[in-house]
Design a protein around this ligand. Sequence first.
Ligand code: NAI
Length: 410
Amino acid sequence: MGAETTIPLDFPRQTRRLRLGIVGGGEGSFIGKVHARGARLSNRWTVVAGALSSRPAVALQSGQDWFLDDDRIYTDYREMAAQEGSRPDGIDAVSIATPNNTHFDIACAFMEQGIDVICDKPLTTNLESALELARRQKASGLVFGVTYAYAANAMVRQAREMVRNGSLGALKQIHVEYFQEWALTPPAEGGAGAQWRVKPEQVGEAFATGDIGTHCHHLGSFVAGLPMTSVKAEFHTLGPDKPLEDTAFMHVRYQGGIPGTIMISQVAAGTHCGFRIRVFGEKASLEWNQEEPEYLHFRPFAEPARLLTRGEGAGIGQHAARFVHMPRGHPEALSDAWANLYEEFAVAINARRTGADLPQGLLEYPTIWDGVLGVKFIQAAVQSHRLDAAWVSCEVDGDAKRLATSCFMQ
Ligand code: NAI
């Protein structure tokens, strides 16, 4: 299936575990706990500090439940940034797992203290603040990762490698879909149904497009190795009444004019996390579905289909093999993908802190620029919908391009 790349199979060693702080993730919340679990599972991080909730009592109780030292349980992220920035054993990085409208201020507070940042998506609620964050990151030289974690599944890395090594031939079509049902239940306080997700002042201009559409945007570009150039979107609100869309259907174009689609809905009864990508080339196609993440379907033209399973050898490239922790038959899934991502963040942050050089192409984690492009995609889709599904550019123009270092531009 084509030539292997020549970068080393193993990531460089570290001399100590890095120290991580988390904002968000306390009792009753969703993704912050997943960040913590991924970091711990990677064996490269210790979670030592947190401002785990906007509610002081929950922040304190959750900090104790996480076995944080009392003096590193904070009720205000600003205090956490200041204190951790001045401790000799302060955190090496902060993970931000709070509602979208808070990401900018929290990221800035920690960057000002020289602390590397891992931020959840969407990066911010508008393009101006996303670009400002990218400017500040560039000026600081800090590592800034964004947690599009699905792309750290071993078999997604395999798919990307197979596209890159020509197993599909020239790409012709890219289709990404994400169907969920949870928003059929009216928004509730806390958890995945948190009300902030449908309040424009907290979530931004879109609901489903920001929440799961950005995952489609990232995965399509990541696997294809191509930026998306334009989008033509139609939004619908098909579930319980809300001010924003819970469903969207889009035509998209990638660099070189390659056409594709994105279909998303969070009110599709009977679905759970039906996130799937299909890439068609002139010689073959690939299909990956996050509900069966161990498998990658490879279907050459006019030949029997092949089912590639996560593991080492037998057609599996090193970008996937690097993330194989269990033999075939012992399933790995989303928590392992988070751990893979946290391993890459650790390698990047450790290298920045020690001044070590890393081989080009070793790391493929989403950067702040992937976050910026995600916000631009949301803005473009909203605009397109408002213009009766006109084509709108997803590219970031002008000087801003100089900020670009994206994992799919390597
Ligand atoms: P959630 O509502 O379950 O939890 C948010 C947490 O942030 C709560 O604990 C809340 O108290 C806390 N918080 C809010 N403001 C805070 C502040 N100023 N200081 C400290 N804590 C604060 O939300 P969820 O689902 O965990 O989402 C958080 C972020 O993660 C969002 O940006 C969302 O888009 C993203 N997300 C990403 C996923 C992924 O697959 N990468 C999956 C789910 C969410």
